[in-house]
Design a protein around this ligand. Structure first.
Ligand code: 5CA
Length: 441
């Protein structure tokens, strides 16, 4: 993509409404544009990152054997009256009447909708466990939308739902998602700590939040420092392995967010020097709630003896739009964003430092055309001065940069810059392809 043809409305100054670094950087780098409080348009750069995250989350759901579906954003109120949550959900739910005065709502979550799909289509224990997910926009009329996409009113969530014949099988499914989440966050370049959590309006008795450490997070977290060293080989775990001991190992470390924190227990089981207390961002949340919805909504199947049985359920959320902000919180410096390779909007930035020089421009164009075949490249071909170009490329955070200036014309050399370390080196033009290949770019 040529920058001259790309919609990238970068800002020099931090907008005054932004309090935390990810919100500031998302606005400054032209990733999002506010529509109203807690509601954003996603501009090209932001949308690319959102899609990259979405695809990693999707891939890991598929690998765990979860079926992708797509449910609507607008749901009928009747389903929520059946479960009893229509009144309970209160003012956070956006309620709408259609032209026939039927009560509808913009879904804040989909337990009711999915249970309705299940009960209409699944009749036998033979089809269980059944795991379904979708990636869809949600609306919650948050009391205090803030921090940009971190606590929005409209936000993108991956929500999965599971149906099992009994509690034991349902807990195995819960463990499957537990591992799937660790794999997903690791691929996104994040260290997410699973923490015992309250279940809130979703309900149930077993729940974990996945939280990344960040001083701008809204959660207060307490944990045993040793948990950070657990799960280094998480990508090697196969779903055919017995997952229970792996999950139990994670659960054996003390880790809890503030509502579940038990100071006496913390002091008893964790050595003082290993006791960690910090702020964190909740990027995922899993729930096991048994028959809460299947009971009230009569989601039953026939078991092997031909008897009707109420299915056991869980639900599993990942905040996809929140993750864009969360990744920036954990990966930036004073010059701007530093994208982990896996979610970077472009793999590589190419800067033509001499756009008015025909020879330099011809080399830069050639380099761009060559690399763009293999990787996604953002090519700064604009007529700005070097300072503007450097700071813009640093701001938007592409992890690898190729800078083409006067040395390209005089000596056939281009400069490679690693955004994270700041290290640079000159590469011979003939060897550039091989160099990038070796770096996996
Ligand atoms: N039905 C369950 C699981 S599918 C559920 O809704 N869980 S949740 O309420 O915990 O939300 C799941 C994830 O969505 C959270 O972990 C968080 O990462 C994200 N999320 C929740 N509220 C917001 C919000 N207002 N803005 C951005 N992301 C949010």
């Amino acid at each position: 993509m040529k920058l001259s043809n790309y919609f990238l409305p970068v800002l020099k100054e931090s907008p005054s409404e932004a309090e935390i670094v990810s919100h500031k950087l998302m606005l400054r780098s032209g990733m999002i544009s506010q529509s109203s409080s807690g509601i954003y348009s996603w501009l090209p750069l932001g949308l690319k990152v959102l899609k990259k995250i979405e695809n990693i989350v999707r891939d890991e759901q598929n690998k765990a054997g979860v079926n992708e579906i797509l449910m609507p954003t607008i749901q009928p109120a009747d389903l929520w009256k059946e479960s009893g949550r229509y009144e309970d959900y209160g003012k956070e739910m956006l309620r709408i009447n259609d032209r026939q005065e039927r009560e509808m709502l913009y879904g804040p979550t989909n337990e009711e909708q999915i249970t309705d799909i299940f009960r209409r289509n699944v009749k036998s224990y033979k089809e269980l466990p059944m795991l379904l997910y979708h990636i869809q926009w949600k609306f919650r009329d948050e009391l205090r939308p803030r921090f940009g996409v971190m606590r929005g009113r409209e936000f993108l969530m991956k929500d999965a739902y599971s149906f099992d014949i009994d509690a034991a099988s349902s807990e195995d499914t819960y463990n499957r998602f537990f591992i799937c989440y660790l794999k997903t966050f690791a691929r996104l370049g994040l260290k997410a700590i699973p923490m015992a959590a309250d279940t809130g309006p979703i309900g149930g008795d077993l729940s974990h939040e996945f939280i990344i450490i960040s001083n701008t997070g809204e959660s207060d977290i307490y944990f045993d420092n040793n948990i950070l060293n657990e799960g280094n080989k998480i990508s090697d775990i196969s779903y055919d392995d017995d997952l229970n001991p792996i999950v139990e190992k994670f659960k054996s470390y003390y880790s809890a967010s503030d509502e579940k924190h038990d100071k006496a227990k913390f002091d008893e089981i964790v050595h003082k020097e290993k006791q960690m207390n910090s702020k964190g961002i909740e990027v995922g949340h899993i729930f096991h709630f048994g028959t809460k919805y299947s009971n009230s909504m009569k989601a039953n199947v026939l078991d092997s003896d031909g008897k009707e049985k109420t299915v056991h359920m869980g639900s599993y959320g990942i905040g996809i739009s929140r993750l864009v902000g969360a990744i920036i919180e954990s990966s930036h410096d004073e010059s701007g964003i530093i994208w982990p390779d896996a979610v970077s909007p472009f793999t590589l930035g190419v800067i033509n430092l001499k756009p008015k020089d025909d020879e330099a421009s011809s080399i830069a164009n050639k380099v761009y055309n060559q690399i763009d075949d293999k990787s996604e490249v953002l090519f700064d071909d604009k007529n700005d001065n070097a300072g503007v170009k450097f700071s813009r490329m640093d701001l938007i955070g592409l992890p690898h940069q190729i800078i083409i200036g006067s040395k390209a014309v005089s000596d056939g050399l281009v400069e490679y810059k690693n955004r994270k370390s700041g290290e640079t080196e000159f590469i011979n033009l003939d060897k550039l392809g091989k160099f990038l290949e070796e770096m996996n770019v």
